[in-house]
Write a protein that binds this ligand. Structure first.
Ligand code: HEM
Length: 623
């Protein structure tokens, strides 16, 4: 059993990375001085040792910068425009970004530099590249055209090349990357791997998502019915409901059922009340579902912790000096999943025995029966319990919050745009009626519904910021065709924001900040999106495009249809919102921007969410 916590590991490695070059330098100097008969005083040796590491780092940064400039000159290209901050190492830029991520409107930090320097900018924090781009052509290069030259995992969150040089060369706190932040929860799966490991996971999982399945509609229907019932109950009490919390439960129950066939029934727990009423959580759920309830709670907590690790960046281990905060929660998660995985493996073995295929090498089997869960599908490829557990958890993380948050923002827009609500409700009633269960064909035919979902994903793509790291040096086209192309050095961290790109007026028109689903239906579609499809990327693109895209459209469409059949109005209840989670009143001064219009506080953890929830009041339909 290991007793090294993430924090102690970080300190040991960090300390070692600082001390190692100093000690080596001091020993060599001491040896040389003695062999030449010129002894160096101990104080001088200590001082030299102390400054050896920063001096070494400085030389490394300086030479690497010099090489980069020389290479760019040789290729006849230029460096990415670099922010000139007011303080050393651009610490003021870092402070601005951190302040904004704590309390600001998402993206404002980078947006201010993009406005000043152009759609690709190097924030250059602590002498290290910190590139942000909002150019479709650059995002296309990373995700599709030059896919093999960019990876996800080597996400160096250390903002400093001083530290980075040691992380790579002295193989020290190498772990402060995306994978490490996630590892204690996700292990290794499709969402959290690169290279051959990613290919293995992707090819094993993809067939499961390759077609629409009736069984998924059965389960959406069961859970959607409980959602509607809970909303009716709350409406009859005359109180608001936190729609975000409700959708988190809806997607958790649906996901656990279709992933491993064992629903956690989080919708059966008691729902939170507005902030000035008593807040109750999960307390009076089905006693028979106790293990499942604990799982749901532990899983949400573990997710919350890895999301705060992402927010804290490379220093997160310092908040876990005394222990890995996810450990206890993951014990509960594993206690729930392990027997389910064991059962699935056993079921498969018995079936193989019956068919006489036991011991026959596992083969790629792309056939997926209609009622198969993801786990049933995966055991055809492997019986390794760790691979199986990691993969289902990866899909759960990738698929649950994203869909719940998008549904939340859809409802926000429907609550604040009555004309859109009325038109969408007409479409629902016309195509499906007031009570019938929607079919795949209905959903395919409902063009306005698809436009509402896409417009929501345009303004609030649930993964608003993402990152890749270059493997080899490369050259990107300049956003300004009159200027030279741009040089991208190897191992450069490249952030991209689809959210900021989705709001660019030159790509979407002068009304880019307005919520207007018609832009996906009228002449603007041909003018803006069709000629430039990489300008809209809520699900990413290329070989790593979201595996659950179709599933998500189906699940969200189904839920929205059921809601619009049951209710004929939604309204935000601003009084129910915890006061500290209301949008900052100063935002209103940004007239004509999304930020200035917003009546909820969007925040970004692993994915985007409504700070403090989305509290709405509903009115039951009378038809
Ligand atoms: C509105 C809903 C959703 C949105 C906006 C969304 C968005 C995304 C995005 C942007 C990525 C790329 C992440 C990256 O490479 O850095 C992604 C990947 C992924 N998504 Fe989704 N997603 C949604 C729903 C789902 C659902 C419902 C599932 C499964 C049930 C799912 C499964 C996955 C998986 C497995 C990946 C990893 C693919 C890979 O790396 O090869 N997603 N999603």
């Amino acid at each position: 059993m290991t007793v090294i916590t993430p924090g102690i590991d970080f300190l040991l490695r960090g300390g070692f990375s600082y001390i190692f070059p100093s000690v080596v330098f001091a020993i060599v100097l001491n040896h040389v001085s003695y062999s030449n008969g010129i002894p160096i005083p101990t104080v001088a040796l200590v001082l030299i040792g102390l400054f050896a590491t920063p001096a070494y780092a400085f030389v490394r940064v300086y030479t690497s910068e010099w090489k980069t400039r020389r290479e760019a000159r040789r290729l006849g290209v230029r460096l990415i425009p670099r922010v000139k901050g007011a303080s050393v190492g651009n610490l003021d830029v870092l402070r601005k970004l951190m302040r904004n991520s704590e309390n600001g409107y998402p993206g404002d930090g980078s947006a201010s530099f993009i406005k000043e320097y152009g759609p690709i900018v190097d924030l250059h924090i602590l002498w290290d590249y910190a590139v942000v781009t909002v150019c479709p052509e650059h995002i296309k290069a990373m995700l599709a055209k030059d896919f093999n030259n960019f990876e996800k995992g080597a996400r160096l969150s250390s903002p400093s090349s001083v530290l980075r040089s040691f992380t790579e060369i002295e193989y020290l706190p190498q772990g402060q990357d995306f994978r490490t932040n996630m590892n204690s929860v996700l292990g290794t799966g499709v969402f959290n791997s690169d290279g051959d490991m990613w290919k293995f996971h992707r090819s094993m999982t993809r067939p499961f998502f390759s077609r629409d399945r009736i069984s998924h509609f059965d389960l959406f229907d069961r859970h959607a019915e409980i959602v509607v019932q809970k909303m009716r109950e709350r409406s009859r009490e005359g109180l608001a409901i936190d729609f975000q919390d409700l959708m988190g439960r809806f997607t958790l129950d649906s996901a656990t059922e279709f992933l491993f066939g064992s629903c956690v029934y989080s919708l059966n727990g008691r729902l939170p009340y507005p902030y000035d009423k008593q807040l109750l959580h999960y307390s009076d759920s089905h006693p028979s579902e106790e293990v499942a309830e604990k799982f749901a709670h532990a899983f949400l907590e573990a997710q919350r912790i890895i999301s705060s690790r992402e927010q804290l960046g490379w220093v997160w281990p310092l908040t876990e000096i005394w222990g890995d905060k996810t450990k206890e929660h993951m014990k509960v998660v594993d206690a729930f999943i392990a027997p389910i995985v064991k059962d699935a493996v056993k079921k498969k073995r018995l079936a193989d025995e019956e068919k006489g295929t036991i011991g026959v090498a596992k083969q790629q089997n792309d056939e997926v029966a209609d009622d198969e869960t993801l786990l049933d599908h995966l055991v055809k490829f492997t019986s390794d319990p760790v691979v199986l557990r990691d993969e289902v958890l990866n899909i759960m993380i990738a698929g649950r919050d994203t869909t719940a948050a998008t549904l939340t923002v859809i409802l926000y827009f429907l609550s604040t745009h009555p004309a859109v609500f009325a038109r969408l409700r007409n479409e629902v009633i016309e195509k499906v009626g007031t009570s019938r269960r929607p079919t795949f064909e209905n959903i395919r035919e409902m063009k306005f519904l698809r436009a509402v979902i896409n417009e929501t994903l345009r303004l609030y793509p649930i993964v608003p910021f993402n990152v890749r790291t270059s493997i080899q040096p490369t050259v990107w086209t300049s956003p300004d065709p009159t200027e030279k192309p741009l040089y991208i050095p190897a191992k450069t961290k490249l952030s991209y924001s689809v959210m900021l790109m989705h709001r660019r007026k030159d790509l979407w028109g002068p009304d880019a900040e307005e919520f207007d689903p018609d832009r996906f239906l009228d002449a603007r579609l041909n003018k803006y999106l069709i000629p430039n499809s990489f300008a809209f990327l809520p699900f990413n693109a290329g070989p790593r495009i979201c595996l659950g895209q179709q599933f998500a459209y189906n699940e969200m469409s189904f839920m929205v249809i059921r809601l619009l059949q049951a209710f004929d109005s939604f309204a935000l209840d601003e009084d129910a919102q915890p006061p500290h989670t209301k949008p900052n009143p100063a935002w209103k001064h940004d007239v004509g921007t999304r930020k200035g219009m917003e009546k909820f506080f969007p925040k970004v953890g692993l994915t985007l969410y409504a700070h403090g929830g989305l509290w709405i009041k509903t009115q039951e339909a009378t038809e």
